[in-house]
Design a binder for this molecule. Structure first.
Ligand code: NAD
Length: 510
């Protein structure tokens, strides 16, 4: 499918957006963006290097006083206009997102793009609601109040799985609060971040408020995170790289926000609706080809439902249609790259020694009559049963269309197993008993616990991890607050030169 959107033309000036100008990188190294559905190179660009990061940070610094000085209402208006521009360009955004990621167009159209527009509208509203403790005479002799101020230049790093939404989650709360930002998208998926920055320019956000540097992690990424003029690092990506980013950011005493990996449990109690659990598990493990930090990855099913759940999930997985992301009949696109597909396959192959691959575990091939898919990074929906709790397939983030399923007996055991990985981003509990479900919501250590569903997100509610899944929140008023700093202002009301408390420093009497 071609909707008239030609990436080479659209990004002819390069894959950097600095100070309101599309431009080429100056690292001297190029990157070829590959369509993961076909293996074809679709766009080659010069990566951002350190000098480009410096230029972007300088542009953000220059734009900061003006943008921080705009009224909340002015910033809100600009973001409302941005939501309108995004809506006008929705088809292009959906197309570009599917092209660079390989995700089905129906997912980009129904999830990524409308979610981003809604987020933009949410932060347009949030920009006008700065909250804090009310002013008052808390000491008796002073009037105290708080100011909620923007911090300065934010440096953000985003992953490739939801490039548009991740860019929006980073950019929107930062600029709504009056900060300026330099965002580094994953170098393999630069398109929709660049389009978002251009849309913001069309909406009237001043040049320099949003800058995009498309560069490699160890080069442009580390330079951005460690940059002395960047006051906050907001990183979304793997736990391993997040730790490295945090080390660098901490060395320059930055505020750090980390949205890291996940290994979400899907806990099915024996009174759950079995059909709902099967449908939910397949949808939640395969969304975005399983390349979703909150995807269901470990299903724990209470023994009486176990066998039916395993066969129900396997049967439903086998009906999922792999195909061209632009074909409306396609349910599952490729993984992001061939290298990532091989990595996912490696996890499954190593699991075979101690577990049962019930369905999947292979890339589609000619033997399946799926020749059209052979050049893409496709992998079949995969169910792995009966692995040991401490095996790699149950403990490590795979980031592919792979669900492990294990039985449990008592409720205590199910909750213990659900908590038994280093991660804590998301989880779900399936039960028709409100007390059982309620216990799971209290005792599972994760930033989000769904009951009888798994995946939906909304702009008003926070998204973020516990444990090795990081700290800090995206979306919601909580994320908005993270991009502000709170100042206490205290006025003396007595006009007395020698104050009561001075006796603790000099003299006995007031
Ligand atoms: P990644 O950690 O490999 O890369 C993320 C970003 O960091 C990319 O832009 C990359 O270029 C950059 N990077 C790499 N090395 C760097 C370095 N040394 N310094 C600074 N930046 C560096 O992750 P990925 O493979 O792009 O994305 C998948 C991961 O993201 C998964 O672990 C997934 O769970 C996680 N994720 C988390 C959330 C969340 O909200 N918690 C959301 C989406 C994805």
């Amino acid at each position: 499918m071609d909707n008239g959107f030609q990436v080479r033309d659209r990004f002819a000036d390069g894959a950097q957006f600095i100070g309101g100008r599309a431009q080429s990188g100056t690292s001297g190294r190029t990157h070829a963006v590959v369509n993961p559905a076909t293996g074809e190179e679709i766009y080659t660009y010069e990566l951002a290097g350190r000098a480009d990061v410096d230029a972007a940070v300088a542009a953000a610094r220059a734009a900061f006083p003006g943008w921080a000085g705009a009224t909340p209402g002015e910033r809100s208006d600009a973001l409302h206009r941005l939501a309108a521009v995004l809506a006008e360009e929705a088809d292009d955004f959906a197309y570009a997102e599917s092209l660079q990621c390989g995700k089905p167009l129906k997912l980009s159209t129904e999830f990524d793009v409308p979610g981003t527009i809604d987020n933009t509208a949410f932060f347009a509203g949030a920009a006008r609601r700065l909250e804090g403790v009310s002013a008052g005479e808390y000491s008796g002799d002073h009037t105290s109040y708080t100011r909620r101020e923007p911090i300065g230049v934010v440096g953000s790093v985003a992953p490739w799985n939801y490039p548009l939404q991740m860019a929006a989650w980073k950019i929107l709360p930062a600029v709504a609060a009056g900060n300026t930002i330099v965002l580094k998208p994953a170098e393999i998926t630069p398109f929709t971040s660049l389009m978002f920055a251009r849309a913001a320019q069309r909406a009237g956000l001043p040049d320099g408020v949003i800058n995009i540097v498309s560069g490699a992690g160890p080069d442009a990424g580390e330079h951005l995170v460690g940059h002395p003029d960047v006051v906050m690092t907001s990183f979304t990506g793997s736990t391993a790289v997040g730790k490295r980013a945090a080390e660098i950011a901490t060395a320059t005493v930055k505020r750090v926000h980390l949205e890291l990996g996940g290994k979400a449990p899907f806990l099915v109690f024996d009174d759950a609706d079995p059909e709902a659990a099967v449908q939910g598990a397949v949808a939640a493990s395969l969304i975005n080809s399983g390349q979703d930090c909150t995807a269901a990855t470990r299903a724990y099913v209470q023994r009486p439902l176990y066998d039916a759940f395993v066969s129900g999930v396997a049967d439903l997985m086998e009906t999922v249609r792999l195909g061209d992301p632009f074909d409306p009949d396609t349910d599952l696109g490729p993984l992001i790259s061939h290298a990532h597909r091989d990595r996912v396959a490696g996890f499954v192959d190593r699991a075979r020694a101690g577990a049962r691959v019930v369905t999947g575990g292979v890339a589609p091939g000619a033997a399946d009559g799926e020749r059209g898919l052979r050049n893409g990074a496709y992998y079949r929906p995969t169910l792995v049963a009966d692995a040991a709790q401490h095996s790699e397939i149950v403990q490590s983030e795979i980031f592919g269309p792979v669900l492990a399923v294990l039985p449990f007996d008592s409720d205590d055991e199910g909750i213990r197993l659900a908590n038994d990985t280093p991660y804590g981003l998301a989880a779900s509990a399936w039960s028709r008993d409100v007390y059982r479900a309620g216990r799971a919501t209290r005792e599972i250590k994760a930033g989000c616990v769904w009951v009888n569903d798994h995946i939906p997100i909304i702009s008003e509610m926070p998204h973020g991890g516990y444990k090795a899944s990081g700290f800090g929140k995206d979306m919601s008023a909580y994320s908005f607050e993270e991009y502000t700093q709170v100042k206490h202002v205290m006025y003396d009301n007595t006009a007395v030169a020698r104050k009561d408390w001075h006796r603790t420093v000099f003299g006995d009497r007031p």
